[in-house]
Design a binder for this molecule. Structure first.
Ligand SMILES: C[S@@+](CC[C@H](N)C(=O)[O-])C[C@H]1O[C@@H](n2cnc3c(N)ncnc32)[C@H](O)[C@@H]1O
Length: 195
């Protein structure tokens, strides 16, 4: 069973995860103009710690995740304007365009970021936004097991260069929070940009 399928049942019990999701939400609310008419994707939505907060501000939210068991937890909440989709975001095919794409603590689990940012660009409507929260560069100690961890966080320089290469504009990388885990501190950023 995959790492996240195994962890799904106790995922929401972690106060650290709850607190990262709360700070991710605060950062999005303070930096992005969410609109009641928006259709938004949350990729790597998991059990919905961020999705359920964002869904309060938009018309509909598509929660995409490659772990069925994580999404089952979100489905149990029966939130009317959230639809779940068991899918690898990089392989998601649709003709529909979205006003925004949010994500928290998922990008470091995705190996090929060129494929990811091509896909995100393709999924967005003109002027659509991305708002991605993840770890700033770390030394590999954040996860106790680094299987499936493809990046030890992201530096502002490397990430903004990558996002620029994929034609995004208005790119901003801002430190939003510092989380403490086993007496060590890890910084977390919000990357926002527009199509
Ligand atoms: C660290 S969890 C974060 C979950 C949630 N965003 C949160 O903050 O609690 C990362 C999630 O990303 C999902 N994931 C990893 N790679 C993915 C991919 N390529 N496409 C979609 N989901 C993916 C995992 O299944 C997992 O649920």
């Amino acid at each position: 069973m995959s790492r996240f399928n195994q962890k799904a049942q106790e995922w929401d019990l972690s106060s650290m995860r709850q607190s990262i999701a709360q700070n991710a939400y605060n950062a999005i609310i303070n930096n992005i103009d969410l609109d009641k008419e928006d259709s938004v994707i949350d990729f790597g939505a998991g059990t919905g710690l961020l999705s359920k907060k964002i869904a309060l501000h938009v018309k509909e939210l598509l929660a995409i995740d490659s772990s069925e068991k994580m999404l089952q937890k979100l489905d149990e909440l029966h939130i009317k304007n959230i639809q779940t989709l068991h899918q690898d975001i990089s392989k998601f095919q649709t003709d529909k365009k979205f006003n925004g794409i949010v994500s928290s603590m998922t990008m470091h689990h995705i190996k090929d970021l060129d494929i990811l940012f091509d896909k995100l660009y393709q999924l967005l409507d003109e002027n659509g936004y991305i708002a991605i929260i993840d770890l700033m560069s770390e030394d590999g100690s954040f996860h106790t097991d680094n299987e499936g961890v493809h990046h030890f966080g992201f530096s502002e320089k490397d990430l903004t260069k990558l996002v620029k290469k994929h034609n995004f504009k208005d790119i901003k990388y801002t430190k939003i929070y510092t989380v403490t885990k086993e007496n060590r501190q890890y910084d977390i950023f919000l990357l926002s940009a527009k199509k």
